[in-house]
Design a protein around this ligand. Structure first.
Ligand SMILES: Cc1cc2nc3c(=O)[nH]c(=O)nc-3n(C[C@H](O)[C@H](O)[C@H](O)COP(=O)(O)OP(=O)(O)OC[C@H]3O[C@@H](n4cnc5c(N)ncnc54)[C@H](O)[C@@H]3O)c2cc1C
Length: 274
C-alpha cells in the first residue's frame, strides 16, 4: 500500500494550523485522545520537516488549559530531541541498560507474528485500524500509536526496535527522536520512571477511546456491520458478521501475564547482579 501524499510547504502548514485553531485547539485536552475525531493538530509532519517552527506555534497559544496542554505536547517533542542529542546511542539501544536483560522473541515464529502486526491483521480491531491507517495515510493517531506499540512489545514480546523501524519506514512524520523514544517509553526501557507494568488492554482502550467504533469501522471494512457492543471484541459475537476478519492472534490476558513475568525475571536478575 502506498501512502497518500499530504499537502506540503509552509502555506499548507499554516492552513492546517488555522483550521485546527478554529475547530480543535479549544477542546484539545478532551478530544486529543479520540482517534475517531479530528481532535489533534496533525502538525507533526510540518514540524518534522521544519516547514513550521515550534516557536511559531508557541506564539499562537494563550494561557488556558487546552492551549497549555498543546504546549506540553510540543515540549515532549523537544524533550525527546534533547534526550537523543545527549544520549545518541539510545537511537537503537535501551536508555536504561538494566532493561537489556528482558527476554524478547526473535525466532521464526516471532517473525511471523511481526508480519501479522505489520499488515494490521492481529485480530484486535483498534491495533489493526491504526496499522492500516498508517499504511494508507502515513500517519497514525497518538493514542493508537501507543496501543499498537504496546501490543508489539507486551503482547507479542518482540524487540521495540522492530516496531520503531517499521514506523520510521511508514510515518510521514517519522522522527528518530520522538519515534524511537516513544517506543522506548512504551517498552519501559526509556525515560519513564515506572513503566513496565503499564500494559494497554486493546479491547478496553478501544472501548474507551473509540466508543462507537467509528475509527475501527473506517479502517476495517470487514467489521462495517458489527454492532457497537462487539466492535472491539468481534470474536464474542455468535454470528460471524465480521466476514474474514482474523481471530485474535494471541490471548491478551495470557500475554499480559507473560510480559509481567519476563519483566519480573529481568528485575530479579538485575538485583542479583547489582
Ligand atoms: C510509538 C510512538 C511513535 C511515535 N513516532 C513519532 C514520530 O515518528 N514523529 C513524531 O512527530 N511523533 C511521534 N510520536 C508522537 C505522537 O504520536 C505524534 O507526534 C502525534 O501523533 C502527531 O500528531 P499531531 O501532530 O496531531 O499531534 P498533536 O496532538 O496535535 O500534538 C502537537 C505536536 O506535539 C508533538 N507531540 C505530541 N505528542 C508527542 C509525543 N508523545 N512525543 C513527542 N512529540 C509529541 C508533535 O510534534 C505534534 O505534532 C510517536 C508516539 C509513539 C507512542
Amino acid at each position: 500500500m502506498t501512502a497518500k501524499i499530504v499537502d506540503v510547504g509552509s502555506k499548507a502548514a499554516w492552513k492546517r494550523w488555522e483550521n485546527f485553531a478554529k475547530t480543535g485547539l479549544n477542546k484539545y485536552k478532551t478530544e486529543r485522545n479520540n482517534p475517531d475525531r479530528d481532535g489533534c493538530s496533525k502538525m507533526s509532519v510540518y514540524l518534522r520537516f521544519g516547514t513550521i517552527h515550534p516557536r511559531q506555534l508557541l506564539a499562537e497559544l494563550e494561557p488556558n488549559p487546552d492551549h497549555d496542554h498543546y504546549r506540553s505536547e510540543l515540549c515532549w517533542r523537544e524533550f525527546y530531541g534533547d534526550v537523543l542529542f545527549h544520549h545518541p546511542h539510545t537511537t537503537w539501544k535501551n536508555l536504561q541498560p538494566k532493561m537489556d536483560s528482558i527476554q524478547v522473541d526473535t525466532d521464526a515464529q516471532a517473525k511471523k507474528k511481526f508480519a501479522q502486526w505489520c499488515a494490521g491483521n492481529t485480530g484486535y480491531p483498534i491495533v489493526d485500524a491504526g496499522m492500516r491507517q498508517m499504511l494508507a495515510t502515513g500517519w497514525m493517531h497518538n493514542r493508537v500509536r501507543m496501543i499498537a506499540a504496546s501490543f508489539l512489545v507486551k503482547d507479542l514480546h518482540l524487540p521495540w526496535q522492530w516496531g520503531a523501524k517499521f514506523f520510521m519506514k511508514h510515518l510521514v512524520d517519522g522522527d528518530i527522536a520522538s519515534n524511537n523514544h516513544g517506543w522506548q517509553w512504551t517498552a519501559g526501557t526509556g525515560t519513564d520512571a515506572a513503566p513496565y507494568f503499564r500494559i494497554f488492554n486493546p479491547v478496553l482502550q478501544g472501548e474507551r477511546f473509540d466508543p462507537d467504533g467509528n475509527f475501527v469501522r473506517q479502517w476495517i471494512p470487514e467489521l462495517a456491520e458489527v454492532p457497537k457492543k462487539y466492535i472491539h471484541s468481534p470474536w464474542l459475537m455468535e454470528s460471524a458478521l465480521f466476514g474474514n476478519y482474523t481471530a485474535p492472534m494471541v490471548d491478551h490476558s495470557q500475554e499480559r501475564d507473560e510480559a509481567l513475568s519476563r519483566y519480573k525475571i529481568s528485575g530479579e536478575n538485575n538485583r542479583s547482579v547489582g
